[in-house]
Design a protein around this ligand. Structure first.
Ligand SMILES: Nc1ncnc2c1ncn2[C@@H]1O[C@H](COP(=O)(O)OP(=O)(O)OP(=O)(O)O)[C@@H](O)[C@H]1O
Ligand SMILES: [Mg+2]
Length: 279
């Protein structure tokens, strides 16, 4: 579903991706971990055609993204789920999910938002998959954050994509809600045979939900394996190797190496301070 070879991307003199190799199969749920600035979003944006890589090969859902391609064609194969729900608050839940079909209907139907009965049924099935069928007629603004994120997932499923790319989809949710959202995403994509790449900052969610985990550090793939293989050495490679560069941010929320009792990954220095401070 996804095939990446020696992918490189720079912003001016900032070399962000240094030759990424990665394959993702249908139905596989891959969690991508890495410090802030490691290049996770940049890589996802390359896979979604939003970033143009400098070199390498990149095929997603049968489309060669290094060649000219239409956004419409890409939308038929690749769906995105973002951190902020990206749902239209004033629309009903059903209409939000139906917007996932806009790439598939003709231009006129798209402008007039005319949907086929089969699309309406599909939207309902997608809502069922995320446990929100009973909310279809409600205004989206009346939903909780976790429910809105599930609407975003239902909309992505309604695109009937081969690939879903999720960039920190649970970052703004409490742990219980986050787990339930990830569970819906993983179960639906597994049952539908969709390949998923999901950027996360939580190692425990990666262990719990990932079929596979990849770790990015300073634009290089430093880990690619089963969640069970995500041991101290692997976490060191993912989070510690970037520590030198990340030092200035070490006091910030994005520093994470060393597990605190609360399960938060912090750099060694911050971790000691946290322990000393009784965190
Ligand atoms: N549009 C852009 N223009 C210039 N530089 C960019 C752009 N987007 C990202 N970068 C740079 O690319 C590097 C990687 O950023 P990226 O957003 O991919 O990191 P990330 O791993 O997703 O981090 P986070 O966990 O904070 O989301 C950073 O140095 C960032 O400043
Ligand atoms: Mg990011």
């Amino acid at each position: 579903m996804i095939s990446i070879r020696n992918l490189r991307k720079s912003y001016g003199s900032n070399h962000v991706l240094h030759g990424i190799d990665m394959d993702v199969k249908a139905g596989e749920f891959v969690v991508m971990l890495g410090l802030s600035g490691a290049g996770k979003s940049t890589l996802l944006r390359c896979m979604n055609g939003l970033n143009q890589p400098d070199s390498g090969t990149l095929q997603v859902g049968g489309i060669d993204l290094m060649q000219k391609h239409s956004r419409r064609e890409l939308a038929r194969h690749v769906a995105m789920v973002f951190q902020h729900h990206n749902v239209v608050q004033r629309l009903s839940v059903r209409k939000n999910v139906l917007t996932g079909r806009l790439g598939q209907v003709g231009t006129l139907a798209s402008v007039l938002q005319l949907f086929r009965q089969s699309d309406i049924e599909l939207a309902q099935q997608c809502l069922e998959r995320v446990g929100l069928a009973h909310k279809a007629d409600e205004r989206t603004q009346a939903l909780s954050g976790g429910q809105m994120q599930r609407v975003g997932i239902a909309r992505a499923l309604a695109q009937q994509p081969q690939v879903i790319l999720a960039d920190e989809p649970v970052a703004s949710l409490d742990p219980k809600t986050a787990r339930s959202v990830l569970q819906y995403l993983r179960d639906a994509t597994r049952e539908m045979g969709i390949a998923v790449v999901c950027n996360l900052h939580q190692v425990d969610y990666a262990r719990e939900f990932g079929d596979r985990v990849v770790g990015l550090a300073q634009g290089r793939m430093v880990f690619d394996g089963a969640p069970a293989d995500l041991d101290e050495a692997a976490l060191d490679a993912i989070y510690h190797s970037a520590q030198q560069e990340a030092q200035p941010a070490a006091q910030g929320s994005e520093a994470r190496t060393g597990l605190t009792p609360a399960g938060v990954w912090l750099p060694a220095s911050a971790s000691m301070a946290a322990t000393a401070g009784g965190l």
